[in-house]
Design a protein around this ligand. Structure first.
Ligand SMILES: Nc1ncnc2c1ncn2[C@@H]1O[C@H](COP(=O)(O)OP(=O)(O)O)[C@@H](O)[C@H]1O
Ligand SMILES: [Mg+2]
Length: 146
């Protein structure tokens, strides 16, 4: 499935929808260049989950857990795991069954992603416009975005 968003507000709406409708246990893989809007989308999901903490880019933490919302949010940025090839136990958190897992730079931990991962690929098409491709083996997850 593909569509465009034309401003931050529309991206925010997408995040709120994901937060309210994705089933717990869902793993969302966010693909896209630096500045595409991956972290921005995670912030909107956090808002939608009622998480009040500020969601930072976790590039320096690799992973951050937010437990004070309606459901847990696990935010992973795998950028610094490139070429590391080390088991740091992330698999314990990916697909955390009562919450949502959102992963930036999922290509670096593709071996850890479940079969039913929801992939959201964001491409920059203008200053505030983005083209979004969504795909998954699990068609129920695609229904959520429609
Ligand atoms: N429609 C949009 N959706 C998401 N971000 C947007 C949009 N338009 C402009 N932006 C800006 O693009 C930047 C995206 O940054 P960020 O979310 O940190 O990207 P990434 O995590 O993919 O590197 C932010 O400064 C944000 O305000
Ligand atoms: Mg980011």
């Amino acid at each position: 499935m593909e569509f465009d968003v034309f401003n931050c507000e529309q991206m925010h709406e997408l995040g709120l929808k994901l937060a309210s409708e994705l089933p717990s246990g869902t793993v969302v893989a966010l693909q896209g260049d630096l500045g595409a809007g991956k972290t921005t989308l995670v912030r909107s999901v956090a808002k939608g989950l009622g998480i009040e903490e500020v969601v930072q880019s976790p590039t320096f933490n690799i992973m951050k857990l937010y437990l004070k919302g309606n459901r847990p949010l696990i935010h992973i940025d795998a950028y610094r795991l490139a070429d590391l090839n080390t088991d740091i136990g992330l698999d314990e958190y990916i697909g955390y069954e009562t919450g949502l897992t959102m992963i930036e730079w999922p290509e670096f931990i593709s071996n850890l992603l479940p079969k039913n991962t929801l992939y959201i690929e964001i491409s920059i098409t203008g200053e505030s416009s983005r083209h979004i491709k969504v795909y998954s083996n699990d068609s129920k997850l695609l229904e959520v975005i429609k």
